[in-house]
Design a protein around this ligand. Structure first.
Ligand code: NAD
Length: 352
């Protein structure tokens, strides 16, 4: 079959890690006899340099004309002086909005051979950890009215309507139905009005999913529980800002931010990206971990393109190289083999 894939490398390590994903995609094409037409598009800082805007129209068109979309990462010190709409990160926020990507799925899995790389004691991780954070992505405080008043006070408004909460809650329960059928809805309903609407709406939606166990947790407690008893969670359903913070926390439990993929999904499109940023501190040094981006490609095959076997083949190849002891610097421990970005990519490609 023939497919179109959009690749937006972005900034910093974005180019290195997305090239890793491209090598893997090409190998899948060869092995399974698919034709993948790859189109590159600028986003973030590189788009500001080349087009004067973090999200050129052409990039939106390329994405809308694709069967799957991969993003590296955006941002870096070169553009840190820019404000508001001109910042590289706006490219990312705006493409999510343009494509209607209101759901962010972030799996946090501790791979058996990486148990020692987790900062938590192995008895806390127990038999294994497999959490999926379902985060609302196009509403809440990041998209509310913001500004600085004449007296210098700065404000950001956090608001949600019931429709926005309903559609993400449905995604949360649907995700749980394919997993261990447990949803923990995280809010701050003891102090926030928007959280009270969140909780009420999630309870309403839960009535359509009687098989799923629902419980509620305040975000401060959830942050703590992730450290002391992370295996209690299956699906964590939460709003934009809380999900942003909790998913980074969950990612560190797994050992490295460089391991975790994510999917941003709407009714029509899906965008797949690592959860980490552009890591300007290590860019261009051949030390970035490409696995999060490669696993994002696996999610793209499974969720957007219906190529489940191909996605699983990538996941198996990643597990194989980890079992073989290959490690980039961020996950390296004694008695494992230190490899660079390129060698990690070529080993994964060989194992597909
Ligand atoms: P970051 O995720 O880029 O880096 C945090 C730390 O993790 C750094 O020490 C970095 O070296 C390390 N790291 C990240 N990815 C890694 C990988 N694949 N392999 C090995 N180590 C890795 O976050 P930051 O430093 O807060 O932000 C840097 C820039 O990225 C900023 O401009 C920020 O706005 C941007 N950012 C972009 C996104 C995105 O594009 N989705 C997300 C977060 C931050």
């Amino acid at each position: 079959m023939e497919y179109k894939i959009a690749i937006m490398p972005g900034d910093g390590i974005g180019k290195e890690i997305s090239e890793g994903a491209v090598s893997v995609i090409k190998k899948i094409g060869k092995k399974y006899n698919h034709e993948f037409n790859i189109n590159y598009a600028d986003i973030g800082g590189v788009a500001i340099d080349n087009h004067g805007t973090p999200l050129p129209k052409e990039t939106i068109e390329i994405c809308k004309d694709s069967d799957g979309i991969i993003l590296g990462a955006v941002g870096g010190p070169k553009w840190d002086h820019l404000k508001g709409e001109d910042r590289p990160e706006k490219g990312l926020l705006n493409i999510r909005k343009e494509l209607g990507l209101y759901t962010n799925l972030r799996p946090a899995i501790v791979y058996e051979p990486l148990k020692n790389a987790s900062p938590l004691k192995t008895e806390i991780i127990g038999e294994g950890l497999d959490i999926c954070i379902v985060r609302e992505l196009t509403g809440g405080i990041y998209f509310g009215e913001k500004g600085v008043r004449e007296d210098g006070t700065a404000y950001d408004i956090l608001s949600y309507n019931a429709e926005e909460i309903k559609r993400i809650a449905i995604k949360g329960f649907e995700t749980a139905m394919k997993r261990d059928k447990k949803v923990t809805s995280v809010d701050k309903s003891n102090v926030l009005e928007s959280s009270r609407l969140w909780r009420k709406t999630v309870i309403e939606i839960s009535k359509d999913y009687p098989e799923v166990e629902l419980n509620h947790m305040y975000v401060d407690n959830a942050a703590m529980q992730l450290l002391i008893n992370p295996t209690q969670f299956d699906v964590i359903l939460t709003m934009n800002m809380f999900g942003d913070i909790l998913s980074d926390e969950a990612s560190m439990i797994t050992g490295s931010i460089g391991m975790l993929p994510s999917a941003s999904i709407g009714e029509k499109y899906g965008l797949y990206e690592p959860i980490h940023g552009s890591a300007p501190d290590i860019a261009g040094q051949d030390i970035a971990n490409p696995i999060a981006t490669i696993l994002s490609a696996a999610m793209m095959f499974k969720y957007s393109m219906g190529l489940v076997e191909e996605g699983v083949a990538i996941e198996k190849a990643v597990e194989k190289v980890l079992n073989d002891g290959m490690r980039t610097k961020d996950i390296y421990t004694d008695s494992t083999k230190l490899v660079g970005t390129k060698e990690m990519v070529s080993s994964i490609v060989e194992n597909i």
